[in-house]
Structures are given as C-alpha cells and as structure tokens.
Design a protein around this ligand. Structure first.
Ligand code: HEC
Ligand code: HEC
Length: 443
C-alpha cells in the first residue's frame, strides 16, 4: 500500500501519468481503497501531547490520490515547480513534522498542534506551544492546505514552504531564535544527515527543511466523503436532511457567497473563495481603533516575523488581514476556510470561539448580531428555522472524509448533545428581523 501511495505521489509531480491516475480513480470506485486508510477510535477532543508515536499512526501517512472527489488536475497544478514531490522528500518531511527536536526545548513538534488523529488540529480554542504558552489563534487543519493560495487565517504566508518557518521561530510555538537554530539542532543527527544528502544532495539547511515539510503537507489530501459519493452519483450517500442542507447552503443560507469559488456555479471541491471577510468574530469595537493605530506604528516596515508575533501573541491578532495590508476594509477580516472535515476540527473560527456547528449556524443566522462597521455586506439575518439549521449542519457533517468517519460520528453526537443544552449564540428575534444598517467606521 505504502509503495503504491508513494508511487502515486512521485508520478503526480510529472504531467504524463495523470491519465493513469484518472483510470485509477475510476477503478477505485469499484475497489476497496477505502480500507487503505485506517480509522482510529474516537479520542477525546484534547489528546495527550503528540508524541513521536503519532508518526506511526496510519492517519499520518501520505494519502491516496485515488479518492472520490479529489481534483486530479488541480492537485498536480499546485505542486510548485521548484519543489517537486519525491517519495524520499515526503518521508523526510513526515519525519520532521513529528520531531519535537525542531523546537527550542525539544518538546513541541508541528504535530503537537496539528495531530493526525484530530484531523491535523489540536482540539483547543487557541494553540499551546513551548513552556505551556498560549497563542491567540485556533489551529486550522493541514488537510487540503495545499490548495490554498495563502496560508494562515490572515494569509501572511504565500506558500507552505514560507509558512513552515514561522511556527519554528515563534516564541510561543516552537520557540527557536532562528530557523538556523532548528537546523543546528538536527544537523548532527545521522538519520537526517543522510536523508538531506539523498534528497537534496547537500547538508541540512533551512530552505530544504521547509521544502521537505511542505512536500509532506502536500500529500495530505482529504476527499472521499459521503458528499463526494453523492456528487459522483450515489444518491443514497447522504440523507435527505444533508441534501436539503446543500440546497440551503447555496440559496437561503447564503453560504456560497463566500464558501465557493464563484457565486455562479456550485463549488464541490474546496468550499472557499480564497478571500478575506469580516464576519463579526472577535471584533470588539472599542478596542479596534487603538489596536489598528498600534499596528500601523509597530508593523510599519511590513516585516513578516513581526506580523507573525503580533498575530500569535498580541491582541492585535483580532485585526486579521489588516495586519498585512493596513487597509481599513480588511479590519477583522480573515480567510474563508475550506469546509472539508469541518465537523472534526472544532472549535471554530480563527479564535476558536464557537464550540459546535450549531453555534456557527446561530452566528450566521442572526447576521453576526454586532454593531461592527467592518462587517461584510453579505452577512445579514437569514431567518433559518431550527430544522433548516439542522439540515445545514447535516450537510457540513457530510463533508467528513472516510478516514475520519468514526471520529465524525462521535463528534456529531458530542456536538448535538452540547447544542441541546447550550445555544449561546441563538438569537431568534434577530435572525427573523431586518438587516441592521452598518455603522460608520470610527475615525
Ligand atoms: C503551538 C502550536 C503550533 C505548532 C507547534 C505549529 N502550528 Fe501550524 N498553526 C498553528 C496555529 C494557531 C495556526 C493559525 C495561526 C494563524 O493563522 O495566525 C497554524 C497555521 C498553520 C498552517 C496554515 C493553515 C491554513 O489553513 O492557513 C499551516 C500550513 C501550518 N500551521 C503548518 C505547521 C507546520 C509545518 C508546523 C511545524 C513546523 C506547525 N504548523 C507548527 C499552531 C501551530
Ligand atoms: C461573507 C462571507 C461568508 C459567508 C456568507 C459565510 N461564511 Fe463561513 N466563514 C467565512 C470566514 C471569513 C470565516 C472565518 C472567520 C473567522 O474565523 O473570523 C468563516 C468560517 C466558517 C466556519 C468555521 C470553520 C473553521 O474551520 O473554524 C464554518 C463552519 C463556516 N464558516 C460555515 C459557513 C456556513 C454554513 C455559512 C452559511 C450559513 C457561511 N459559513 C457563510 C466567510 C463566510
């Protein structure tokens, strides 16, 4: 299996054999490739610290390219020419991803916050790095991150290569003074010396370290959900509630205005416009103006390491995309996330402020419900009934890939139980009321 999968990845780098992959996909639908990726039992939301052991978890393996719904052509296109996929590079990247020795005190790896058993998230509101230090933001999944044209909630990194350097040197994440310090920490290890020599033909260096990490991340493609089987023609792959939810998503609930590549055609692949919007999360109006002023001063040079620290460590984090562009309309705007596997990546939003998908729906249903001068014009009360909310949640749950089915079943039960006792965001009066005019931005 492993051989097969890796062969898949090395050919993906070339153009010629895409046709073969397409044939595989057709074959796969009749085969048993589903068993290729094992599922785990349902763990608690917050696991033990990720250990080297999770590298052996089948969920940590490069994924098969033979998945229903996987966009073959796009997957090939997003592999950069200057960092082609090779089996050896991917294996090296996987090793590095799970290696705590890249952090300043040897305890925190990428997998600490992006745990394969939790769909490459950490289940926390905001992530915790070395010395138990908490950041400001919720860890997004790495699954399907290869398709994004910018990384992080505010898009401050353009590529996965560029992204990988930031957590290594962020003081509350992996805490290294420089990327070279992380290089020094592993450069003497025989296993790495040999692997870097084989893959890149030279000793360990920072540029190649992040290349290997990115190559591994580009194998984390996750499709093959009930929804994909539905779109592929199996009308019974999702239930009637999820079908109604998919209709609502594209109509009355207005989700497609942002969670689709275009408003003109239904997006069945990534569920995002790859753009930034203020949808009213974590915006506390009286703080924003002084924070924006502070950001203008402290981040004037546009130094990305300073921006990274502001985003992860300071209250300026709430400014979102503004930290990068310094444009007023970007105040509190964040990247529209891909919705695949969203059921198993709770809690939600850039600050992890919402516990369940019902809370997310209540937020949208009332049109954010905040006096927020930067709120996206497309956010408005939706007048969704309780059963319509359940339908949209059922649709979102149908985006859970086969390898997370058990975790998803467990999570849906957990969230449903929570939502039955607690709906902190529900505001029916607002949801069925008029759109509230947006206040003028303060000066
Ligand atoms: C201490 C926890 C922590 C560690 C360690 C960590 N991350 Fe993250 N990661 C996060 C958080 C939190 C974010 C979101 C931060 C933001 O958007 O400002 C993130 C964002 C990302 C993203 C962007 C995903 C997206 O959809 O925008 C990628 C890719 C990523 N991390 C990969 C890595 C890699 C590779 C490593 C190891 C070199 C790593 N992370 C280490 C917490 C962590
Ligand atoms: C105006 C654009 C816009 C619309 C309309 C919109 N979203 Fe979003 N969505 C976003 C953005 C931007 C975020 C991230 C916001 C943040 O974290 O501050 C987001 C976040 C989410 C999340 C959290 C994902 C995660 O990983 O934390 C879910 C779930 C979600 N949206 C579902 C929906 C659904 C369902 C609808 C329709 C009812 C909808 N969205 C409508 C832009 C939009």
């Amino acid at each position: 299996m492993n051989f097969d999968r890796r062969t898949g990845w090395s050919v993906a780098a070339g153009v010629t054999v895409i046709a073969i992959i397409a044939v595989y996909i057709r074959e796969w639908r009749h085969g048993d490739a589903r068993s290729e990726v094992a599922t785990t039992g349902a763990p608690a939301r917050i696991p033990e610290k990720a250990s080297a052991k999770s590298r052996e978890d089948p969920l940590a393996s490069p994924r098969s390219l033979r998945q229903v719904g996987l966009p073959v052509e796009l997957t090939r296109k997003v592999i950069p020419q200057d960092n082609p996929q090779t089996p050896e590079k991917i294996a090296l990247g996987q090793k590095l991803f799970f290696d705590g020795r890249l952090s300043a005190d040897g305890t925190v790896s990428c997998a600490t916050c992006h745990d394969p058993a939790l769909a490459f998230t950490d289940g926390r509101t905001a992530s915790i790095g070395i010395h138990g230090r908490a950041g400001q933001r919720n860890a997004p999944t790495i699954l399907n991150a290869l398709y994004s044209d910018a990384q992080f909630w505010d898009g401050r990194a353009k590529t996965l290569e560029e992204q990988a350097g930031f957590p290594i040197t962020n003081p509350v994440e992996m805490g290294q003074p420089t990327l070279d310090a992380a290089v020094a920490a592993i450069a003497g290890i025989e296993e790495y010396k040999q692997a870097f020599q084989t893959v890149f033909g030279r000793p360990v260096n920072g540029a190649n370290l992040v290349r290997a990490l990115a190559a591994y991340e580009r194998t984390l493609v996750s499709f093959d959900s009930p929804f994909d089987h539905f779109i592929a023609g199996n009308k019974n792959a999702i239930d009637d509630s999820a079908k109604r939810g998919w209709e609502l998503f594209n109509t009355k609930a207005r989700c497609n205005l942002c969670h689709a590549q275009s408003e003109l055609a239904r997006d069945v692949t990534n569920f995002t416009d790859f753009d930034y919007h203020n949808i009213g999360i974590g915006i506390v109006r009286h703080k924003v103006v002084p924070l924006a002023r502070e950001a203008q001063q402290k981040l004037a040079t546009g130094n990305l390491n300073d921006i990274d620290r502001a985003a992860i460590e300071t209250e300026m984090s709430v400014l979102g995309r503004f930290l990068i562009t310094k444009k007023t309309p970007d105040t509190g705007a964040f990247k529209t996330p891909n919705l695949r596997n969203v059921l198993v990546t709770a809690p939600y939003f850039h600050d992890g402020s919402q516990a369940t998908l019902w809370d997310v729906m209540d937020h949208y249903n009332k049109g954010a419900g905040l006096q927020n001068p930067w709120l996206d014009e497309d956010i408005q009360p939706l007048a969704l009934s309780e059963s319509e909310i359940d339908d949209v949640v059922a649709f979102l749950a149908s985006l859970t890939s086969a390898e997370y089915k058990e975790l998803g079943d467990h999570e849906l039960k957990r969230q449903r139980a929570l939502s039955q006792t607690n709906r902190p965001q529900r505001d029916t009066k607002r949801a069925f009321g008029p759109k509230i005019p947006r206040p003028e931005p303060p000066r």
